[in-house]
Design a protein around this ligand. Structure first.
Ligand SMILES: [Zn+2]
Length: 98
């Protein structure tokens, strides 16, 4: 992946401003728009996003958070229970064999 450019010259090279650090999902190239003043992204790439603010929004985000493909908190909880079951079964088998 090529290094992203931090600065951008606009207005015919008269104004230097920060360049948006977003990437086009269509072309894969760095966004060519200037970044908003308080952000490193342009208005199209989420400079005004604040993330969840209300408690309901935070909870909804936490529930929906993905760590990877098919990996949710609910799925990890199920996996944890399944591993505990496997562990108990292994201990029972070991006790029977001895
Ligand atoms: Zn952008």
């Amino acid at each position: 992946m090529p290094q992203k450019q931090t600065w951008l010259l606009t207005a015919g090279g008269q104004i230097q401003c920060r360049r948006c650090q977003g990437t086009s999902r269509r072309t894969g190239l760095q966004c060519g728009a200037p970044a908003e003043q308080h952000s490193e992204k342009c208005r199209f790439h989420g400079s005004r996003a604040t993330g969840p603010i209300t408690l309901e929004g935070l909870e909804r985000c936490a529930q929906a958070k993905w760590k990877g493909l098919g990996d949710t908190r609910a799925q990890r909880a199920l996996d944890r229970q399944a591993m505990q079951l496997v562990k108990v079964c292994g201990e029972v088998l070991k006790a029977i064999q001895t």
